[in-house]
Design a protein around this ligand. Sequence first.
Ligand code: UDP
Ligand code: MN
Length: 773
Amino acid sequence: MMKVRRYLRGSGRVLAFVFIASVIWLLFDMAALRLSINDVNSQLLRERVNREKEIMMLKKQQQQHVWATQPKRRGFKHPVERVTRPGKIQQSPSIKLDEVYRNKPDPKLEIKPSDQRHGGHVVKNDSSKSSSNQNNGGSLLGKKAVNLDLNVAVANVTRKALKKELDESPPLARNPSDNQDSKTNEKVKVDVVKSGVKVSQPNGEEAHPVKTISQQTHVRDANGKKKEEEEEEGRPNAGPRWGNHSGAVRKPGVHKVLSLDATHAPRDPHAVGQFGQAVLLPGSRDAEVRRRWDEGHFNVYLSDQIPVDRAVPDTRPEMCSQSLVHDDLPTTTVIFCFVDEVWSTLLRSVHSVLNRSPPHLLKEIILVDDASTKDHLKEQLDEYMSQFPKVRIIRLKERQGLIRARLAGAAVAKGEVLTFLDSHIECNVGWLEPLLERVYLDRKKVPCPVIEVISDKDMSYLLVDNFQRGIFKWPLVFGWSPVPEDVIKKNNMKVTDPIRCPVMAGGLFSIDKKYFFELGAYDPGLDVWGGENMEISFKIWMCGGEIEIIPCSRVGHIFRGQNPYKFPKDRQKTVERNLARVAEVWLDEYKDLFYGHGYQHLLDKKVIDIGNLTEQIELRKRLKCKSFKWYLENVFPDMDTPVVKAEGLIFNRGLRKCLALQKDSLSFEICDLSKKNQQFNYTWMKNIRHHDLCVAAQNEGSGFALVPCDNSKRELRWFYKTSDSALTEHLISEFVGNHMCLEAEPRDDSLRLRPCQPSSVFQKWEFTHHYVR
Ligand code: UDP
Ligand code: MN
């Protein structure tokens, strides 16, 4: 005890005090630390719960198909929009673009933090891509793409990077003529046609005017010119041919996809919209934004301020930059058709191709001006494009529409593969080779890039869900839908694997040029816009080809709410007419589903003239294409498409007997599933059908008749409701006024038309199988 007291005296006392104080401090500290750990934990937990909730929500939404809001549009609505609701900003943990870029905001313009504005829009089934972007930090360009300048002197660093990329690139990449093309402007071969439809060929030949495109292409195919062109390519003739199915031995050489990203000057990281960032303009610019909106149906005012060669985020799944492609890929002609396109978006589209395509693979870019009326698309465009030897402009004298404009471009294309792109897109790094690789592997493969979204409002570049493919819904409405889970599991699909795509969106794809013409290209009878994606998709699949979405190839596209250009005829009628042509040629018995979903009026020849289809039908026969039923079963099996609404016996509840055909007349028999004369179909055109005979209401009185079926006749149509109607299970004539219903007459087992009575059991009918409620 004494000892202790001694210790507590003098300096010992001080020491003891310090010691005790430290212990107490430490205890406090630990308590505080614990509190903050708890805090962090609960914060993390909250975030996780939120995140899970969000993911659940998105997954739920993902279960449902996404449909274009305007059913007759080419359907460029994209899954990313599903989670984009104006005013609802969602936080997403999956991508933080600002971390990827580490970009300082522009003092003049407020740049919205991308993770807040758009992160939530991005639904990713696979986290590897986003995390790779995040982990990387720093500049995205530093990560994957090589930022190089092919036209003017560039910093040594970028040169080295270019050299490295090209060193890794195939021998053909160093083809001297290609180098010349891309390096300097000496060898200017621009082929600008200032007016008219004459297209001069490099050999001085004049191509035919657009109206004779199809003949021209046949001539080109037939006279062996293609061969000469290929020889011109510097491609060894005796060597293995890409994309021919013959199983010839190919060069084994492969290299890693080139992730080029060239720009004319050192890239200004502070430029508006740089790196695909969202831009929020101050409110004071609203009036100007609104004033210019209709020029393109997107934020034209903002687009004009963004560099025409801005960088965009490399949104490819991580593995893509490592994927291998063949050294001797075919060359491509990129075809942009446009009508009254906005200057800055057209330029950005062209620059994105020039800057991000390996020069040796880009044969040329053809701009097809579909009789635009805007001044900037005339001399100004000629002049601007004259600095790029690879860009050619073709001008159509009269407005032809997207379909025939593309045909005009294809007819003069010199590349081995055609790549069609819309004129308001931005190709991402490494976009081209993965597409050409698929064509190389099989010339009948038609690869499409993943179409990402360039926001029409803030011009930001948004990535979209994985495993999305293009599909259609009746009446031939394009939409996006996820690949079914079981298909992903069964095939052990990776995010980088090509995705079988029942219908292409239409705007962006590559196709072997020869194969395109073998398929009869597009139906040239399709007008202006719409339905051409259905036509080419059915044609490709049914006639032996395949459409794929290539996740390692990504291109941003501005999805517009409306077409910014005029339709020479009524827009609705133009699209309907196009779709009817497609239905008549390709849908076989399923065309009933098209007409039966609100297009009955198209069957009336007096209302609409869909033009001559003989050539298209002949083509289908000549190519020995498979049936639409085959297409549904093999390409789009998850689409539930019963060819009729109901079938089997038609049971009358009052009589308790079934309708039967006896000597060209109708009566009743005891129901018997095995009897053929009791079998009927209730079709999508609402016909009650037995082989080629249909039940028809007579104009006056209570009569009915059995007549040869004819989809256009209204007297053959019978409404039938299974529920939600006072007249449930009644067969109501669409033709006769005052609600006349089919009724069984118990006295003599006959059939007649009577005014509809909700309670009458003799007016109630039941089909054995009812597929559609
Ligand atoms: N286009 C054309 N002529 C037309 C209609 C469209 O050359 O009569 C071009 C248009 O400029 C665009 C492409 O075809 O580059 C596809 O049209 P759009 O972008 O309007 O289709 P969406 O993407 O809305 O389906
Ligand atoms: Mn478009």
